[in-house]
Ligand binder design. Structure first.
Ligand SMILES: CCCCCC/C=C\CCCCCCCCCC(=O)SCCNC(=O)CCNC(=O)[C@H](O)C(C)(C)COP(=O)(O)OP(=O)(O)OC[C@H]1O[C@@H](n2cnc3c(N)ncnc32)[C@H](O)[C@@H]1OP(=O)(O)O
Ligand SMILES: CCCCCCCC/C=C\CCCCCCCC(=O)OC[C@@H](O)COP(=O)(O)O
Length: 271
């Protein structure tokens, strides 16, 4: 008798859970972390067999394996400004940083021989940490500024010789409060020390599909705008502040422009 009553409940419960936006939020987040960990397990032996260890060429394997994850999460990317990446030279990419989901957008447009600057804690993120190390990610200790500066100066010295491009988040941390946090200086010292251009890239706001506080994670389209390069040839350490201000200003305008467009094309946000 009891079992008969349980049957409709068992059928309705998954439906209720599926329609609950909080459930979808946690489900998608857990899926994302677990699936990236799994992809990393697949990527680790491929990278070791192909390159024998830590090598920036491993980023091709990572980019390929990550490129379909967006479909599972209902995310799409609209990219403009591809032409600004079409150069053989090394450069420093700077972009805004809203969430760990940024990795999906990065892998959508990642140029060849491009790796990232990341906080050193990431190396302890299980198989994901291991794949970051294999992909040549440069780890910095944000608590020890002098160490971080030394690591970035070393990177500036090898960028040209090894034809390496570096992706830096100049805000220095994740930020989802609308707009951009004030920029840290490391990315600009790096570009000036290496005498390579800066290419700013802006991700539109995630606030119309991903809200951490409200526990919402809907489908959405993200606009990625690749901006024209900013040259640093002939600049010195004295030019870091104006260079950082110029970059901040072009990125903030682009962020405002594409974030309002994206939220319009996705329909009115509920928040
Ligand atoms: C296949 C399956 C795969 C599965 C999953 C894996 C998928 C993909 C793998 C890839 C994933 C990678 C994702 C990577 C994302 C990681 C994101 C992050 O970790 S963001 C956080 C770390 N990044 C940063 O912090 C970078 C930005 N920060 C800086 O650049 C900072 O400036 C600093 C950390 C270097 C220093 O910090 P701080 O002291 O707080 O900052 P400032 O005020 O900017 O600097 C103090 C003074 O020092 C001067 N300065 C700074 N840098 C330099 C330098 N290089 N050389 C000389 N001087 C420097 C600066 O000018 C300041 O002095 P002042 O007199 O005030 O001007
Ligand atoms: C056994 C260890 C378990 C660890 C679990 C964590 C694993 C994460 C797994 C999958 C997510 C894939 C994306 C990984 C890249 C995330 C990079 C990132 O966004 O780091 C945050 C950092 O930029 C800023 O951090 P703070 O906001 O300053 O703090």
């Amino acid at each position: 008798m009891d079992a008969v009553w349980m049957l409709p409940l068992l059928l309705v419960l998954p439906l209720l859970l599926w329609t609950s936006s909080t459930f979808v939020f946690y489900f998608k987040k857990c899926f994302y972390v677990a699936y990236m960990m799994l992809l990393a397990i697949i990527a680790i032996p491929i990278c070791i067999l192909k390159s024998g260890g830590r090598d920036i060429e491993n980023m091709r394997v990572i980019r390929f394996l990550v490129s379909h994850v967006k479909y599972f999460l209902g995310l799409r990317y609209q990219v403009s400004g591809w032409e600004h990446l079409q150069t053989d030279r090394p450069y420093v990419i700077i972009s805004n940083h809203q969430s760990s989901l940024d990795v999906l957008g990065m892998m959508e447009i990642l140029p060849d021989r491009c790796t990232m600057i990341a906080k050193k804690e990431l190396i302890w993120a299980g198989t994901v940490g291991m794949i970051c190390w294999l992909g040549g990610i440069v780890f910095i200790n944000r608590q020890k500024t002098s160490d971080a500066k030394n690591v970035m100066s070393d990177a500036a010295k090898t960028m040209l010789a090894d034809k390496i491009r570096l992706w830096v988040f100049p805000e220095g941390t994740r930020n989802q409060n609308g707009g951009l946090l004030p920029f840290k200086k490391g990315a600009f010292h790096l570009a000036i020390q290496a005498q390579v251009p800066i290419i700013p890239i802006v991700f539109s706001s995630y606030s119309n599909f991903y809200l951490r506080k409200e526990k919402e994670f809907k489908s959405g389209t993200i606009t990625l705008k690749i901006l024209p390069k900013i040259e640093t040839k002939g600049l010195t350490a004295d030019d870091v502040t104006p260079l950082s201000e110029q970059s901040f200003s072009v990125m903030r305008s682009a962020f405002m422009e594409i974030s309002s467009q994206t939220s319009q094309s996705n329909g009115p946000s509920t928040h």
